[in-house]
Design a protein around this ligand. Structure first.
Ligand SMILES: NCCC[C@H](NC(=O)CCC(=O)O)C(=O)O
Length: 446
């Protein structure tokens, strides 16, 4: 049997904007109110997807969500026509209105946690959408995310879809951004590493003081239980609370793993040595590479600014690994030099490819935030909705779709425009036909 790791990237939605919604995410806060370009953002994402498909990777697309979320605004007491709801909300509750306009579903590393069939008790691929409770704008996502995942991985023999965890801070779950799987080959049972920021029920244990810890230990345990993972193949790791307080709001801002490589910053974890020992013990005898970046090689500030660790670490068809990095890494000489030197070392990482995803970076989302990894066997891949897999035809169709529907400039004022809602729904309706997803959006369900 053949195995692969597919990357499913989130398509940037037509309302991509900068609203400063994510306290603790430095880029989001510092770009609040900047003018966005949804068309460019969507195209930057498509370019990355196409380039990975051209490298021989299996690349999929996950549809964006319906925004503004008029249904949520109605639930919060705004009434009348859609236009009236938008106008009242924008005037009376600006922050709530902006939260209901965010295109944040584009960061599909936060869509769900995925466990491949090689790790699960029933031999199916398991998906749990993340509840994203810590930020109101992101807590709007899990229901429709679940719909989109079910329409993309629509085969109950191979794919198990769980309901997101309870919508409560005690079970705060940010999905795959805090989950890494290490394995000797994608089809072999691996070690699933869950990273949390705090314990929900224990107040005596360390936690950040300035910024929120979005993910809890209890959420990680619940997902591992739902997926039927074996305790001997799971490691729970606490993120270093100090780095959360410096702007590392997800683990994938400070560490990334692939197969037998864990690439991380010296300050990433609490009790690092114990973490590494447990991973090594559970991983077994096969070779395992811990690539630790020391603070005197790349300081935390540079790592956060350039998103050195929010890179995709991919195994190419020739067996070598490559790093997919944002151009911010190339523009910083310390980081660029580090990466150049890394490819000469005796590790599986042999090359670096840089991509311009600046529209996403300004909201704190790098290449790794934009993708959800799904390791699949050939049979499972054959059961994935084929219309969501990137190739020349889909690339050209999606580019034309973006050209037809997306604006190239969006300000806060534009978000109030009822015409934008009409345009966005028309775009998404067409997209669901293009990707053959069925009716996944509230506006399609009457
Ligand atoms: N994995 C990357 C996620 C980035 C995301 N940013 C945002 O939602 C910013 C939205 C805004 O500020 O307009 C977040 O913080 O969860």
């Amino acid at each position: 049997m053949q195995y692969c790791e597919a990357n499913f990237d989130g398509l940037v939605g037509p309302t991509h904007n900068y609203a400063g919604l994510s306290f603790g995410n430095v880029a989001s806060f510092s770009n609040a109110n900047a003018v966005s370009n949804p068309k460019e953002a969507a195209k930057q994402g498509l370019q990355k997807m196409k380039a990975l498909a051209d490298m021989g990777m299996v690349q999929g697309v996950l549809a964006p969500q319906e925004r503004p979320d008029v249904a949520m605004l109605r639930r919060l007491g705004f009434t009348g026509s859609d236009a009236k709801v938008l106008e009242q909300a924008a005037q009376q509750a600006r922050e709530v209105f902006l939260a209901c306009c965010s295109a944040s579903s584009m960061w599909t590393a936060n869509a769900a946690t995925v466990s491949p069939s090689a790790d699960t008790a029933d031999g199916r691929v398991h998906f749990t959408p993340a509840n994203l409770t810590n930020k109101f704008h992101r807590s709007l996502e899990p229901q429709v995310t679940g719909n989109i995942l079910k329409a993309t991985f629509a085969n109950s023999r191979h794919f198990a879809h769980h309901t997101h965890l309870p919508d409560n801070d005690h079970f705060g779950d940010e999905g795959a951004a805090n989950h890494t799987r290490l394995c000797s080959a994608y089809g072999h049972a691996g070690v699933e590493v869950f990273v949390y920021g705090r314990h929900a029920f224990r107040h005596d244990l360390p936690k950040p003081v300035k910024y929120p810890a979005r993910q809890t230990f209890e959420a990680c345990q619940a997902v591992a239980r739902l997926h039927g993972l074996d305790d001997d193949s799971v490691v729970y790791v606490q993120q270093n609370p100090d780095v959360i307080d410096q702007g590392v709001f997800h683990n994938d801002v400070i560490a990334v793993g692939n197969q037998n490589v864990l690439f991380y910053h010296q300050l990433a974890f609490h009790n690092t040595q114990a973490v590494l020992d447990e991973i090594r013990r559970k991983f077994g005898d096969n070779p395992l590479h811990f690539i630790e970046v020391k603070s005197d090689e790349v300081g935390l500030t540079d790592a956060i600014k350039t998103y050195l660790f929010n890179t995709q670490l991919l195994t190419l068809p020739d067996g070598n690994m490559t790093i997919i990095a944002p151009t911010e890494c190339q523009e910083n000489s310390t980081v660029a030099n580090y990466l150049a030197e890394l490819t000469t070392r005796d590790t599986p990482i042999k090359s670096v490819n840089y991509f311009d995803v600046k529209q996403s970076m300004r909201n704190g989302g790098g290449p790794a935030c934009l993708r959800l990894r799904v390791a699949l066997t050939d049979n499972e891949l054959a059961a994935v909705n084929p219309n969501t897999i990137m190739n020349d035809t889909l690339f050209s169709k999606l580019n034309s779709w973006v050209d037809k529907h997306y604006r190239d400039r969006l300000t806060e004022h534009d978000l109030r425009d009822p015409q934008l809602l009409i345009e966005s729904r028309a775009a998404l309706d067409e997209l669901t036909q293009l990707l053959r997803l069925g009716s996944v959006y509230p506006f399609q369900q009457g």
